[in-house]
Design a protein around this ligand. Structure first.
Ligand SMILES: [Fe+2]
Length: 298
């Protein structure tokens, strides 16, 4: 790992396999580190692919999407040109990763219990560098995750990533300043949300459900961070290489992150109600409500 500055944004957990046990001390320290906004790093957690599955490590399987996504609830796979037997085998790979990620997170964070909800799984076989996109969709810029069509109303977004690059290529991230500092910096520039506009977006089905004030401000923070070239350049940050055969997890709604380089990654998303956290005061919702002086999640 390359470090810029004294502060490290990662906490290493040297677990040997996806089904290895965690001792109570490890679980407690990992939970605290996660909620405080650190990236949990698993240096020996390769996800094995069968030889025949390696054919899916190619951007040729993508349609126009930047990743293949799998919905464990409906068992539907999207974003790929694979059909028939190929699609079934691809689904099998994503389903196996979803199951492994789910087991690992439930063993590492038993505190969250059934409140931790399994969401979509993705495979990202495209090279990050050189992708031409708008600044808003450019994930090589530091940002916190917030999705225009998917309001979360304060729910946390937890993601578990695994680098499955067969050539041993690292995935490179930049990790920025703590959420509280970022939010304080940009808050004065954010515009208030209009209830009627949020209601209209919902009626027109632009959003899945009503966008809360929390979602409105999170989207604005996401955009403000990405839009400012000065911020991207000057903010305190650390560059981290995640080698092939490693995994890492964080609350991506809290951790300022940017994916700079790499190819071939598996990712599992979970969501969590703020009420299920050990320390709710570390949630982005808590910081934003403090700045706004009122509840924002409704
Ligand atoms: Fe992101």
């Amino acid at each position: 790992m390359k470090e810029e500055g004294a502060m490290t944004r990662t906490y290493a957990i040297p677990v040997a396999g996806w089904d290895s046990p965690f001792c109570p001390e490890t679980r407690q320290v990992a939970l605290q580190a996660l909620e405080q906004g650190q990236v949990l790093y698993f240096p020996s957690l390769a996800f094995p692919l069968a030889q025949v599955e390696r054919r899916f490590l190619s951007p040729a399987i993508l349609g126009r999407a930047k990743n293949v996504s799998y919905n464990p609830a409906t068992k539907a796979v999207a974003g790929t040109v694979c059909q028939g037997q190929d699609a079934e085998e691809l689904k099998g790979l994503l389903g196996r990763y979803a199951d492994a990620a789910d087991r690992l997170c439930r063993r590492l964070f038993p505190f969250y219990g059934s409140a931790l909800e399994r969401e979509r799984t993705s495979l990202r076989p495209a090279v990050i560098e050189g992708r031409r996109t708008s600044w808003r969709k450019d994930d090589t810029r530091l940002h916190v995750d917030s999705f225009p069509s998917q309001p979360v109303r304060g729910r946390r977004i937890l993601r578990l990533f695994c680098n499955v690059n067969p050539q041993g290529r690292a995935r490179t991230w930049r990790v920025g300043e703590p959420f509280s500092e970022m939010a304080k910096r940009f808050w004065p520039r954010l515009t208030p949300s209009r209830w009627l506009r949020r209601k209209l977006l919902c009626w027109l089905r632009v959003t899945h459900g009503l966008r809360s004030e929390y979602d409105h401000y999170m989207l604005q923070l996401h955009d403000a961070m990405k839009k400012s070239a000065y911020y991207q350049r000057s903010v305190s940050q650390q560059t981290i290489d995640f080698p092939a055969g490693t995994a890492w997890a964080c609350f991506t709604d809290q951790v300022s992150h940017a994916a700079l380089a790499g190819q071939h990654q598996l990712e599992q998303t979970f969501t969590l109600p703020v009420e299920a956290m050990q320390d709710r005061s570390t949630a982005p919702l808590a910081f934003l409500e403090k700045l706004a002086g009122r509840p924002l999640a409704a």
